[in-house]
Design a protein around this ligand. Structure first.
Ligand code: IVH
Length: 669
């Protein structure tokens, strides 16, 4: 064969294989036998191997996975991937309908058409096709920046590599949900159990874990699927798409799998009926459903309704109520938390509640156990609502056979053996050096919303405490590469990353620092209030209870807890040590600093070392402004890795372009 002929044959085979793949995986209606399909695939593989000049990363032969990556590249979404508002009851749905009509100034008795879709519990991705060919697939991430998972997405059989159309759109951006069927979830978990690996708690985690494999060959082994539900952008087609149901129809005709459970409803009553129907059949479905999404069908109306900063006004997600199951309490264990509180936890005979295997449930307090009259050995109802920790609802007392035992709180801490004291409704380990308390305090200290030191997993923290390397949270700042290398499972690269993360965390907002201290009852919100009220650590440390109580949002319990925290010499010493290691507040307020960026506007592009929200908070606290889009009036464009199109625009407009480092200097200066 001559080159031209080979090329034609390769192209023909690719097209046919894609088509038969679509018949099989999307339509579930194959028209050729498996062996005919395999022989076409074999021929294509052979031709591609012999003629590498015709390599194409979108070839169906790569459905089995291409080259492994070191890490996923970050991608900035051109259009942010927003989330949906939540509702729970039928009256919430009616309220949504009323709100839509009020906003549109339509009479209350006018019918609006709604498109009702199942809400699949998976992982959302957006796929960009250029001239009909898959160009980029990215995860949602924080809605603005996600990860490039194109290679892995190519292995998902029901996602078209090329759009089925003689006249494909020049640009298409489509969002869908990546899922595992309930059966595939069980298969993967069984396999993991056999290998002694931890099982996935639910199909969503399993789908996320499967998609985020650095080696696409691993992703290819899991039978992931995607349902497309949102046409985010389309260019270069002649016909106009006027509604959600037309959009879904177009997606289907392009070769995407769309749900057969979608329904166009005349009005909100019909939408509620369809939701009830889906709720009734959810257990029989091959995929996990966690609710429905109700969308205003007409694009005209959608445009008029628009978006809030977080979500569209034209859609709402309704979660199905919690699912229940019965099982047995095998034992009640006691868990020691960060504040030394002992929490009873029910160890359950593992039970599948709507696709999730539940084997533990918090019982909260001894009072709660007594109130619900729960005994060890009881058969119980357990329920799970969305992401919430499973809960023991009540015992089935009729099934008691005399072997049940009452739970008693141990007198000694199960971790360190120290005396346990009653403290209101709680029981607490009296040892301030209890290793579990320290481990939990360190976990809190390094967590994202606190000092945000990336990479410290539980296993590392446990070793640091057990080996006596970390005796107090401030010891985190003593760590260096060589100490970290002494730990199991910490290699050169990780040790370097941890050291860098520790170093990076030293510049922190005052609010996050207060939160990181782990003062009882001082969560993220109260920490912010305190940071706003007190200019520096000194005035916070010396604040009287009265002064604290004068802050709106701070009550007796919080004020007492803050005062007693700063009365403790040990805590003051820890703080001194942390500051001694060079931790500083990037937003400490002095008038001179404030003026430098006052009324100046900033815009971000690309990936920064910390979330944009982090810098936004500081800029705004100093009187600056953060913009969402570029304009000639913009003062600074802050550029991170992989900058987007904003950079070019800024150059055209002659806007000052600065790096993250320069921004930090500006904020400190
Ligand atoms: S529409 C502008 N439709 O639910 C937002 N989302 O809570 C467009 N989801 O992030 C989303 N099924 O991951 C939409 N039929 C459906 C959905 C759906 C599941 C997920 C999606 C989204 C989240 C919002």
């Amino acid at each position: 064969m001559r080159d031209g002929e080979i090329k034609r044959r390769i192209e023909e085979l690719r097209k046919q294989i894609n088509y038969h793949n679509y018949r099989y995986y999307v339509l579930d209606d194959p028209i050729i036998s498996d062996s005919e399909f395999d022989s076409m695939l074999e021929e294509l593989k052979r031709l591609e191997q012999e003629n590498p000049q015709f390599f194409d990363e979108n070839s169906p032969t790569l459905r089995v996975g291409g080259v492994a990556l070191n890490k996923f590249e970050k991608v900035e979404h051109d259009i942010p991937m927003l989330s949906l508002d939540d509702g729970f009851s039928d009256s919430d749905i009616e309220e949504f309908d009323k709100k839509v009509k009020r906003f549109l100034k339509l009479p209350a008795d006018k019918d609006i058409e709604y498109f009702v879709e199942p809400k699949f519990d998976g992982l959302s991705v957006c796929l960009i096709y250029k001239n009909g060919t898959l160009h980029l697939a990215s995860t949602r991430g924080d809605g603005h920046v996600g990860e490039n998972v194109t290679q892995n997405v190519r292995t998902i059989r029901n996602i078209p590599l090329d759009i089925i159309s003689d006249n494909p759109p020049s640009y298409l951006d489509v969002q869908g949900e990546i899922l595992l069927s309930k059966d595939e979830f069980e298969r993967i978990n069984k396999e993991r159990l056999n290998k002694g690996e931890p099982v996935f708690a639910n199909p969503r985690n399993a789908a996320a874990g499967s998609l985020r494999q650095l080696d696409p060959k691993e992703t290819a082994k899991r039978k992931l699927a995607m349902f497309a539900y949102y046409l985010r952008k389309i260019e270069g087609i002649s016909e106009k798409i006027n509604s959600q149901h037309e959009a879904v129809y177009s997606l289907k005709s392009f070769g995407f799998a769309t749900s057969t459970l979608n329904k166009l409803c005349k009005n909100i009553e019909e939408a509620i009926d369809h939701k009830k129907h889906l709720e009734k059949i959810r257990d029989e479905l091959p995929y996990e459903l966690d609710g429905v999404v109700i969308k205003v069908d007409s694009f005209d109306l959608q445009d008029r309704l628009g978006f809030t900063t977080k979500s569209p006004r034209w859609a709402v997600a309704f979660k199905f109520p919690a699912q229940q199951a019965t099982t047995k309490i095998l034992d009640i264990e006691v868990n020691v938390g960060r504040t030394g509180i002992l929490t009873p936890v029910a160890i359950l005979e593992p039970v599948n509640i709507g696709g999730v295997v539940v084997s533990r449930a918090s019982l909260h307090t001894v009072d709660e156990i007594e109130k619900k009259d729960i005994m060890i050995g009881d058969n119980v109802f357990v329920q799970r609502a969305g992401d919430v920790i499973p809960e023991v609802v009540k015992p089935i007392k009729d099934l008691r056979d005399g072997t049940q035992k009452r739970f008693e709180m141990p007198k000694k801490c199960p971790v360190c053996g120290s005396h346990v004291a009653k403290d209101g409704a709680y029981y607490r380990c009296t040892n301030i050096n209890c290793p579990k308390v320290l481990k939990e305090s360190v976990k809190h200290f390094v967590s994202r919303k606190a000092m945000n030191i990336d990479g410290f997993g539980s296993k590392i923290i446990e070793q640091l405490v057990d080996k006596g390397i970390v005796k107090d949270v401030s010891d985190i700042y003593k760590l260096n590469k060589s100490t970290l290398l002494q730990l199991d499972r910490v290699g050169e690269k990780l040790a370097e990353n941890l050291e860098a993360a520790i170093h990076r965390s030293k510049g922190i907002t005052f609010a996050k620092f207060i939160y990181a201290l782990g003062i009882r009852h001082v969560g993220e919100y109260v920490a912010k209030l305190l940071a706003e009220r007190f200019n520096n650590l000194n005035s916070l440390q010396n604040a009287t209870k009265e002064k604290l109580l004068s802050i709106d949002g701070v009550g007796e319990e919080i004020a007492d807890s803050i005062v007693s925290f700063f009365n403790e010499k040990r805590n003051l010493e820890t703080i001194d040590r942390i500051l001694g290691f060079g931790v500083y507040f990037i937003d400490s307020k002095s008038p001179a600093k404030e003026s430098k960026i006052k009324d100046k506007s900033f815009l971000f592009t690309g990936i920064l070392s910390k979330p944009r929200e982090f810098f936004k908070e500081i800029i705004e606290s100093k009187g600056g402004l953060v913009r969402n889009s570029i304009s000639k009036k913009l003062d600074y464009l802050v550029v991170g890795d992989n900058p987007g199109s904003k950079l070019k625009k800024a150059q055209e407009f002659n806007i000052k372009i600065i790096t993250e480092q320069e921004l930090v200097e500006l904020l400190e200066g």
